[in-house]
Design a protein around this ligand. Structure first.
Ligand SMILES: N=CN[C@@H](CCC(=O)O)C(=O)O
Ligand SMILES: [Zn+2]
Length: 412
């Protein structure tokens, strides 16, 4: 299959040298080609350039993108798309005055989702999750990381990971899978957190590694969940079987989790709503990607990650949705990009870099995704007719996407 796209008003995020990460002041640059063409063969970008250089090419499908822009599909490096049911009652409880923490203390929150998921069949869980995945693909997401963490028993965590594996196989999207067994302490272990950490380390991690069901290991490193010692044990055990760490850290409290993650050479540290200067310092000269989740801050009314401080310190930053039933029931990367500009004071260039190439880095796939580059996979968004790419964050809440191409296939 070959696709030729002609008359592209602006081809965005063109990176000739297969750049795999963009940091600091460089994030303000978004390389583009005006009035461009692009050729896809099978699932790969094989050629592009200005229309003035275009030489006749016989493609099976020709798309005239007159007035429209083309950019890499969004790379959403942090989601919990596989879950059962919803937590809309807790949403209303919060409106009526309860905090996210108070709801969790009453046995709601993650434990509520875990109970529902444990009682949901694998087929039903798959169907619910597939629907969400298809929806976010329509919204321009072409690559996505999905975590376990609503199972909290060996059996239910494996069920979640098998659903992710099936999504990998049956969906067009590129998917990375993360074991987040240490997401909350289950009721049965309420007074025996160590017992649960032992279970994660001695049963869940080996079993998941054995059946090759995860690419990454995650921990919710937070007061009332898992402390530095627990996190250290779990990351060590994960790394020992080849699972690279990506952790939830500094969402409500900052107490050294970022430094621990860097020590473990984590691929990413995610949330970062609460950042101290030493957290920023420790990320310098590391290979760990900081990831901001602005939809979560929006939904919970908690602080936004200090993107300006992070980028102005010369660090890279990625943006992701955190799509989950409790803190972020939205997988819309367009909203994330808008909110990053509006609330985190990122420029459109920074936000697009953060949601494409840096998002791909935070999933370990930026050698293949996240920019327009010969040889990279053809995951693309074709916008509606727009004046400038500034319109993408500016027109918040609007859908400016006309067509999505994922791994060389046009979404119906
Ligand atoms: N903070 C931890 N985990 C999720 C929320 C989980 C939930 O509330 O269900 C997050 O990333 O925000
Ligand atoms: Zn999360």
């Amino acid at each position: 299959m070959s696709i030729l796209i002609i008359n592209i008003k602006e081809l965005i995020q063109v990176r000739e040298n297969n750049v795999t990460i963009v940091k600091g002041a460089d994030m303000k640059t978004l390389p583009t080609i005006k009035n461009a063409y692009l050729i896809i063969e099978h699932d790969t970008i094989v050629e592009y350039g200005p229309m003035s250089d275009y030489v006749d090419y016989q493609a099976e499908e020709v798309i005239d993108a007159n007035g429209k822009m083309v950019l890499p599909a969004w790379c959403d490096s942090h989601t919990h798309i596989v879950y059962a049911g919803d937590r809309s009652q807790e949403f209303v409880d919060r409106i009526n005055g309860l905090s996210y923490e108070e709801i969790a203390e009453r046995g709601g929150g993650i434990l509520n989702s875990a109970e529902v998921l444990q009682n949901t069949s694998e087929e039903d869980l798959y169907q619910q999750s597939l629907k969400r995945l298809n929806r976010v693909m329509q919204l321009g997401t072409g690559a996505v990381e999905i975590k376990s963490g609503y199972g909290l028993t060996v059996e239910a965590e494996l069920k979640m990971l098998r659903v992710i594996k099936r999504l990998k196989k049956e969906s067009l999207a590129t998917i990375k899978s993360t074991l987040l067994a240490a997401h909350a302490v289950p009721k049965e272990f309420k007074d025996n957190k160590q017992g649960f950490v032992d279970l994660v380390v001695s049963e869940m991690i080996p079993e998941v590694a054995q059946s090759k069901l995860a690419d990454y290991i995650d921990v919710f490193c937070e007061k009332g969940y898992f402390d530095l010692e627990d996190t250290d044990r779990i990351l060590k055990a994960g790394k020992a079987v080849g699972l690279t760490p990506k952790i939830h850290v500094n969402q409500f409290n900052a107490f050294g989790g970022v430094a621990l993650a860097v020590e473990h050479k984590a691929l990413s540290v995610d949330h970062l709503e609460e950042m101290r200067s030493e957290d920023i310092e420790v990320l310098k000269n590391s290979s760990t990607m900081p990831v901001a989740l602005p939809s979560c801050s929006y939904f919970l009314s908690i602080p936004y990650s200090p993107a300006r401080q992070i980028i102005d310190a010369g660090l890279p930053l990625a943006l992701a949705t955190d799509y989950n039933p409790g803190s972020t029931p939205s997988g819309n990367m367009n909203f994330v990009v808008s909110t990053a500009c509006i609330k985190l004071r990122m420029t459109p260039e920074e936000a697009i870099n953060a949601a494409t190439i840096n998002g791909a880095y935070a999933m370990g796939i930026s050698n293949q995704y996240g920019s327009i580059c010969r040889g990279k996979k053809a995951n693309l968004i074709i916008t509606k007719t727009i004046e400038s790419y500034y319109n993408l964050p500016y027109a918040f809440g609007d859908n400016l996407i006309d067509t999505v191409i994922i791994n060389g296939k046009v979404l119906e």
